[in-house]
Design a protein around this ligand. Sequence first.
Ligand code: ATP
Length: 488
Amino acid sequence: MSTLSENNFQAIISHAKEYGFVFPSSEIYDGLSAVYDYGPNGSELKKNIRDYWWKSMTQMHDNIVGIDAAIFMHPTTWKASGHVDNFSDPMIDNKDSKKRYRVDHLIEAKADQLREQGQEIAADALIAQMDVLLSADDYAGLKQLIEDHKIVCAVSGTGNWTDIRQFNLMFSTQLGSVAEDADTIYLRPETAQGIFVNFLNVQKTARMKIPFGIAQTGKAFRNEIVARQFIFRMREFEQMEMQFFVRPGTQMQWYNYWKEERLNWHLSLGLPREKYRYHDHVKLAHYADAALDIEFEFPFGFKEVEGIHSRTDFDLKSHQEFSKKKQQYFDNDIDETTGKPYGNYIPYVVETSIGLDRMFLLILSNAYEEEVIPKEDGTTDSRVVMRIPAKIAPNKLAILPLVKKDGLPEIARQLMDECKSSFKCFYEEKDAIGKRYRRQDAIGTPFCVTIDHQTKEDNMVTIRHRDSMKQERIPLSEVKQLVLNAIS
Ligand code: ATP
């Protein structure tokens, strides 16, 4: 597979638009910064990733159930969760360009630059220094670090910086029609709190016993200051989160379990292990006693795609305090050390949190390849192929009658009717077959089946495999099963 540079990242972005995966939001009005819309192929792919996650969480784990909480929540939720006071990032403004940067991004970009120049040790040292200063909330020290490394604004080119300040990332809006009476509420910046406030509702109604999990997918909103890198960092995005409630003291065991389990989920899609790594957090969020990122090598370097966080009992405890409603669980299992039931406690929580859009970008960037194909006469041909895992590809099978006459479309339509309730098919009879194959390669369809005149004689068809471009003759009656085997 080709190694991608920043330049081909631009090619992926163009490809995503041209083939109906991702469009800039409200593009006819020149778009809205860091907001994107998903097109016909994109919405299918996104839904398939979401379904794959949902199924692996809820169907494959009998101790995990799902919910679908509202985006709007009682404003006190965000006081209790700490988001009103703590959900902010240290930012710095360039006085000349008036551009605002997240301090960690600015310094990380400098470290990336050093790495590109072969100065690995200096880059690591810079990141280590930054981590120490961030942990200590030492803003003067961070500013000094920026100045010492002569970090400049990409727009103005100057190092004329303001002091570092905190900015809250939550979007707010008004609930209620009369301005004076209206309450300020927030668009949720994470889906997790919808799970915490429903902890007892779910535990009781689904009769769950600890350890158990609650899974949820849904939109989250953050007023990201540095919105960049296409759908990597968006202002409106979707999360897939699971909170796993455990007995206090067992959280590290579950943290390690989910650390492995989640990486295995990625690998189960056939994604390459060498493009993944774990990154342990040095500076822990206010709610965590351990945290790590699962990072993937995007075209612009290793970046977080998923977080595993041991959130302690912080959230439930805090909701208990603010709501004055007990958030306890009664555990009647026997504690072997005391010989008595564990009794009442507030559970600890291990969270797995992955961005759906970021996972989508991971799939696109791993799948995209500009392939050069040697021909028999010594010349070369080329194609763009999206090696999207078959299980989640927007279309699984393209059904292509060789010509639009002689009864071939009828056979093709019949196959379509047989397959379409089991998986998504695409039917096309226009253009030369080679051109149709290329179009399917570009949207990642793993199989094409061609119905030709011979089919009428012997009921055999040509199956073409996207990745190898190999073609084989198989019985028409075996097409459906072949595809089902590949996507199950
Ligand atoms: P980052 O450090 O990249 O800002 P984070 O540590 O704040 O991310 P979490 O709060 O742990 O992220 O959110 C969990 C997941 O949600 C992330 O791993 C990422 O996949 C996704 N995510 C977070 N913010 C965004 C965003 N602005 N756009 C798209 N996905 C996001």
